[in-house]
Design a protein around this ligand. Structure first.
Ligand SMILES: NC(=O)c1ccc[n+]([C@@H]2O[C@H](COP(=O)([O-])OP(=O)(O)OC[C@H]3O[C@@H](n4cnc5c(N)ncnc54)[C@H](OP(=O)(O)O)[C@@H]3O)[C@@H](O)[C@H]2O)c1
Length: 289
């Protein structure tokens, strides 16, 4: 039996992984989240509390830890820099230190925003990083801490994630329902990735001992504008969407203009392919029915 501890279990990815593993007798699950959830299943664990992290991990002695906890509000990270580094860098370090103590594997999730978006072809795992934002820098430091502290670690970079929770898909649907005018940037290119597809890839790699950095996004690429059009098409909503540029929509955090990731190691080391982003989005809408 594999004991699996999931941190950030109430987030989009945490919920998707729980959904995949909950009925699998091979795994005994331990779920934690940053805030208190009174459901008798999810326990509270603030990953920035070093002592609490160590106590829980020494107590459970998990075989695998999957860290889905993060401060994901990219713009908020600019104004709350200290908190961003605590959650995205130090929290993962504490998890990695404790994982190493009990000999657990650690799956740590990271982001396409570790890149500066100046590339003209998809980034492979060893491509040069150069984050443009506090979020990206704090996540990159978290990656480095994890890789340094825990020899049995997988760092899984994903992008443009959507599942159950706050995300671009749900925001678009809400704006459409409110009858708001919708303007979406068309000059940032990346790959929408469903939390379910990412969860499936994580489950494949976590049972192996091929450690290191992975890229795990759906296949293909698009702009936020085209992504919005596809969402409305699949949701059967007739709305006008105006394509704008990043200059028309200034945000506190700078974002990469091109952050397409190449899942090279997933393909070459595991023979694993993730779905095309449009297929995964279709599946997401089918699962809502
Ligand atoms: N969302 C994206 O578009 C995107 C893109 C690329 C990469 N990623 C990465 O993918 C991973 C999963 O993202 P997601 O979208 O599933 O995130 P999410 O939905 O925002 O969930 C984040 C989770 O982290 C928990 N959390 C926050 N602070 C915590 C703390 N101090 N201690 C413990 N838990 C804490 C939250 O729980 P509470 O609310 O209870 O604190 C929540 O369960 C993250 O590593 C993120 O950086 C996300």
């Amino acid at each position: 039996m594999n004991k699996v501890l999931i941190t950030g279990a109430s987030g989009q990815l945490g919920q998707a992984i729980y959904g995949l593993l909950k009925n699998n007798p091979k795994y005994e699950l331990y779920l934690t989240s940053g805030h208190e959830i009174d459901d008798g299943i999810v326990k509270t664990l603030d990953i920035t509390d070093k002592e609490a992290v160590e106590t829980l991990i020494l107590n459970i002695t998990p075989n695998i830890i999957i860290n889905c906890a993060a401060m994901t509000a990219v713009d908020l990270c600019e104004s709350e820099e200290d908190r961003a580094y605590e959650i995205n860098s130090l929290g993962p370090k504490y998890l990695a230190d404790s994982a190493e103590k009990v000999g657990a594997k650690l799956v740590h999730v990271s982001t396409d925003y570790v890149y500066d978006g100046q590339a003209s072809e998809p980034y492979i795992e060893k491509a040069q990083t150069n984050p443009l934002s506090v979020y990206g820098r704090s996540k990159l430091l978290g990656e480095n801490y994890v890789l340094e502290s825990c020899p049995k670690s997988f760092v899984v970079r994903t992008a443009w994630l959507y599942g159950q929770g706050k995300n671009f898909v749900n925001t678009m649907l809400r704006l459409a329902d409110e009858g708001k005018s919708i303007r979406v940037v068309s000059d940032q290119i990346g790959t929408p990735t469903s939390a379910l597809e990412l969860a499936r890839a994580i489950v494949v790699i976590m049972d192996t001992d091929i450690y290191g950095i992975y890229h795990a996004t759906c296949e293909g690429y698009t702009s936020w504008y085209e992504f919005a059009l596809e969402i409305f098409k699949l949701a059967g909503k007739k709305v006008e969407v105006e394509a704008i540029t990043s200059l028309d929509y200034p945000t506190p955090a700078r974002r990469p203009m091109y952050s397409v990731l190449d899942n090279k190691r997933l393909r070459e080391l595991h023979g694993y392919y993730m779905k095309d982003w449009k297929e995964a989005l279709k599946e997401f809408f089918e699962n809502l029915k």
